[in-house]
Design a protein around this ligand. Sequence first.
Ligand SMILES: [Cu+2]
Length: 403
Amino acid sequence: MPVLFPLLAAAAAANISLTTPAPRAPLWTTGDTASSSTAVASMVGDSATEFPEARMRITVDSARSQIVVSTGPFHLPAQPAGMQGMQGMHMHGQHQMEGMEGMEHHTMSHFMRFDWPVDGWLRGFRVDMTDAHGRPLPGKLLHHLIGVNLDRRQLVYHAVERLFGWGSETDPVELPSGLAVPLSDGEHLGMYAMFDNETGKDVDAYLRVTIPYASTSEGKHPRAVLPLYIDVNNVIGGTTTFDVPPGKSTHSFEFEVPTSVRVLAVGGHMHDYGESVSLEDAETGKVLVKLKAKRDKQGRVDGVGRFVFGYNTDALHLVAGHHYRVVSAYDNPSDTTVKDGGMAHINGAVVPDDVRKWPTLDPNDPLVRKDIASLPTGGVQTSSAGGEVTSSSDTASRSRTDP
Ligand SMILES: [Cu+2]
């Protein structure tokens, strides 16, 4: 199932693979340190977890300018026969498992909190999954992994930022040089994963997320790029799916941006029977970009197009206060309605005209609270918050534990 998340579109133009060391057996630390909290980070409470043994380790490799977040083990029982391939109703970063569990055999991780450990900005990410011996596991086991920034609001929605996303078909992402996502040391991040074990065997999986960063310790800053997410039906804290009736149908959502931005690149996501998802100027009716679904004769969707506007003056200017619209078109050739079968959103990367005017995250905003409450298993496994941070490089060796 194709999944496209923030920043992937921008990276499409910069098809650079990251290099990481060969997989090795993880050494788990039992970090039991409560991290310092902002108002929002502290809203995510303690909760039971499906993976009580899972530990998190964060390594800062300053020689390679990368952070490695290692977690596991995640014990993934084999899906019962007959349930395999039932991926029609999968979940994404923006919506909730409410009422869906039991209908499918995805396994959700808990929400894994960690603090950004360096003076540096995020330049990309890649995800690897291994077994206990460090041997690579099939990418399909990981349906998706979503990175969240609990300290920043999304541009369009009163919801916390989805910083990065990884689907089973995602290639390593690296932003074009000179661009990076602003983060500061200690910023409250987290991630959660959904697994899909169709291997027929129980699997113990370990995740390793490698995040290259651009150091800002010398005061030099790349250009700030931030994620864009616009959905035709985003009910914050709820679902983004909708029913797909026979024949043609459309959904749309009108919005404005609270501060002007330039859109560098966009990608789309749709489900089966999707035709296109577009961004329009709601005041003039002009279609700004139309992303077509790649569909077969039966209407099955295998990905949605991407579009790169450009990285400079050719980037698409979205002006604060102006009205825009995201529109989806579906065409269902069957004679039955697909309940909750539809989804349509656009992800992208934007450069704000003035990053200081990015909307602030209001922890008392009811929508923000709903969004936080909808993170998997309703909260955060605090035992891994902060985790243990080790720093390593070829030239220096130091180690520290977050307060
Ligand atoms: Cu979807």
